[in-house]
Structures are given as C-alpha cells and as structure tokens.
Design a protein around this ligand. Structure first.
Ligand SMILES: *Cc1c(COP(=O)(O)O)cnc(C)c1O
Length: 384
C-alpha cells in the first residue's frame, strides 16, 4: 500500500492502491458514454451488494446527506418518525427530521447498550409512525442494532425501516432481499457513505430504496429538497449520459473499483472477516485491561469504542500511537478522554490490526503501563 500511516479511525478507512489508481485517472466529461458506463457498472455492483430490486442512488455527498435523502423522500413534514438511537449518529436523525418539520420521537439506549425490541414495540403501538430509523452500527459507541429483532417489530406496525449503514454496509449483513419473518418484512432503505466499510475516499453517499419505499415516494407531491429529491436523480441513475448535477467523476471511478473489490471478496466472506477482526482486536486489547463500551453481544464488527484502563491519558496515548504511524479516534460527547475508537473495517488487513494491537501495547509501555504486547498479539491471533 502507498499509505504511510495506518488510518484506523471509524472512517475514512485505508484506501488501497488500485483505488488510488482509479481516482488518479484522467477526468472525463460527466456525460461521456465511457464514464456513464463506469457509473452504471458501479450502480449495478451496489445493487448486487445489497441484493435490492429497487433503486440505488450514488451521488456526491457525505453520508449525512444520504440520511437526509432517505428521510425526506419518504416522510412528509408533520408525519411521525421514530428514531432508534444507540449513540451520537442515531441522534443525528433527530436534527435532520426537525429541520424538515418532521415529528420526531426518540428511543435512546444508554451508551453501550442496545435498544430493546420490546420498547420499540411499545412505542410503535402508541402512535402512527411513518418510518423508523435504525443505525446499524453506531460509530460513537461501537454498538450494533439487532436488525433480526427490530425489523419484524417495525414492519408489523407498518412503518418503513430506514437503516443507516454508514459504518456497516459491505461489512455487516444488509441484504435487502432477506425477509424477516414474513415475506413482506424487509429493509426498505439502506444508506451509506463511500469512506467507511467500503474503503473508498469520502465524498459519495449511496442510498438504496426498495419498491415499498419508492411507492411511498410516489405519494409525496413535494419533497422539500432539490438536490436530494430522488426524482431528480433516478433518470441519471438509469442513464448517466443525462445531466442533473455534475457527479464526482473521479470518485465514481474509485467507487466502481471499491465495489469490484467488495464483490470479489463476496459478502459472506466479508461479514465473516469483519467478525473475526472485531473479535481479534477485542481479545488482544483485553490483555491491556481495555474493554469495549458495547455490551456483550451488542458489539459492532466494524469498529470498537474501547475504554481506557485507569491512568491512561487520552491525548498522550493517541499522540504517541500516531507517532508510531497508527491513527485512532477519540471518543465523543461524555466519553471524551475516557475511551478511544478503533476501526477494523473495509480494506484493513489482519496484518495491519496485528501491528496495531502490538503498537498500542508499546504505547502503553511508553506511558508507564506494565502490559505485554506479545501476549496481546498472541490473543489477537488466537481467533484466526
Ligand atoms: C460517519 C457516520 C455518519 C456521518 O457520515 P458523514 O459521511 O460524516 O456525513 C452517520 N452515521 C454513521 C453510523 C456514521 O458512521
């Protein structure tokens, strides 16, 4: 890899050389049939990844605008949405909804815990909700949502399931053809960004709508957005030689290559690899007295939010580690200074994570902690 540093934050994630090569290719016209073909191919690959029979929109934006697109194309101002939040990014839907006059109710778990399906069930029974947002892996807490438990409850009450997969898609199961207990119970919308488990530089949002979500869009006469109205994008997705707003040509080259890599590995293999990575990192770090914030069984496989052992200064730890070429992220909100976040997703390799576990131990040694990096590396490797 050309990278000089190991970017183990929860996105952006390590970019491989073939993706850099793709992004560095000559910029063609955004309506050039050669570019249109690449754009189309990348959309087809995305459809394969998510196994959707609906529509996929790939456009220049960060993930947040994908969240906005999902919400405002299915929920009208004044209608109700239930936000199932397991952290900072779950809460983001509150602000988006409010900005558009959508009525928002929230169920927030304690950070580190999952929201229980029973609580969701109770809330849904009490009101007429158009949609429920679920953050598949909350990047602030490292907690995953239990889709197998939540989706049947949400669908039973007739609401759309909107999944924020920004830190999960391509690494944790999101199969839009999967039925959750009833043939009609499926994920309605899955949205993501290019820079997390897909492993492409930041700059593209991806939003997939199934047929039910598209039917709901049809009933909305006026979407309070222009760039985010999917009716402006669908003709382009079907024929990218047409123009709506200039696509990020070079990022689309990169995204197509990223998708090629994802499909080449295969979804089952990717899910299994990410499970192993997460297990290995957690086992390794446990040797240092570091525990994940996420409750047992609720840990996301793409990132871990790890609590520091007694006496470790967050800023000193991350500075020392970055001098060793490894970049991890601080924690958010009330966990600031008490935990750090390490990504183990996308194009990250076992070798990289093994090295990271070792260097984290050496950093702790530098900071005066009596820990054994060799033992931690052995524990990391024991899961493979
Ligand atoms: C990163 C992230 C976001 C925000 O995405 P941006 O690309 O920064 O706009 C939202 N939700 C989750 C779960 C994330 O991990």
């Amino acid at each position: 890899m050309r990278n000089q540093e190991m970017l183990l934050i929860p996105g952006p994630t390590p970019v491989v050389d073939s993706i850099y090569d793709a992004i560095a290719k000559e910029t063609w016209s955004h309506t050039d049939p050669r570019f249109a073909q690449i754009y189309k191919d990348s959309i087809a690959k995305t459809r394969d990844m998510l196994k959707t029979d609906g529509e996929v929109i790939v456009f220049a934006a960060s993930g947040t605008l994908g969240m906005e697109m999902a919400l405002i194309n299915t929920v009208k101002p004044g209608e109700k949405v239930l936000v199932v939040s397991q952290g900072y990014f779950g809460d983001r839907f509150i602000g988006i909804g409010k900005a558009y006059g959508i009525e928002i109710d929230v169920i927030q778990s304690e950070w580190g815990q999952q929201v229980s399906p029973e609580v969701v069930e109770e809330k849904l029974a009490s009101g007429n909700y158009k949609a429920v947002t679920v953050t598949h892996a909350d990047t602030s807490t490292g907690v995953k949502a239990d889709l197998d438990a939540l989706v049947p409850v949400i669908k039973k009450h007739g609401a759309l399931v909107i999944v924020d997969g920004i830190c999960a898609t391509a690494a944790m199961e999101e199969d839009m053809s999967k039925t959750y207990g009833d043939p009609s119970y499926k994920l309605d919308i899955v949205l993501t960004g290019s820079q997390k488990a897909i492993g492409v530089p930041p700059g593209l949002a991806i939003v997939a709508f199934n047929q039910s979500a598209l039917d709901v869009r049809k009933e909305i006469e006026h979407v309070p957005g222009y760039y985010t109205d999917i009716y402006n994008w669908l003709p382009i997705m079907h024929d990218p030689t047409k123009y709506f707003a200039t696509p990020a040509v070079n990022l689309v080259y990169a995204y197509d290559e990223g998708m090629r890599i994802v499909l080449e590995e295969g979804m089952k293999n990717r899910y299994a690899r990410h499970d192993k990575f997460a297990e290995g990192v957690r086992k390794g770090l446990k040797e240092y007295g570091m525990k994940p914030l996420a409750a047992k069984g609720a840990e996301a496989s793409t990132l871990s939010c790890v609590l520091y052992p007694e006496g470790v200064d967050d800023a000193a730890f991350r500075k020392n580690l970055s001098e060793k070429g490894i970049v991890v992220a601080g924690a958010l909100a009330h966990l600031k200074g008490k935990a750090f976040r390490i990504g183990h997703m996308g194009n990250t390799t076992k070798e990289m994570l093994e090295k990271a576990v070792e260097e984290i131990g050496k950093t702790l040694n530098d900071l005066g902690q009596d820990v054994d990096p060799k033992q931690a590396v052995a524990s990391f490797n024991s899961v493979f």
